[in-house]
Design a protein around this ligand. Sequence first.
Ligand SMILES: [Zn+2]
Length: 65
Amino acid sequence: MKPIQYYEKIASNKQKAYMQMQCHCALCNTSLELKFENLNQDEIKETASCPQCEIRTRAKTHTVH
Ligand SMILES: [Zn+2]
């Protein structure tokens, strides 16, 4: 898993921890596939799914400020 340094440049520690928490499946530790979708100007829908388990682990929306 390489992109830690990349996240350090763009994100706060809190955001970084959040991203790391999201990056791997809790069941099998496979890297999750993250997808982002703009719902509208202010909201982004995020879904994370595990290609191994074929489960969707997260689907939430973020408000963009
Ligand atoms: Zn999994």
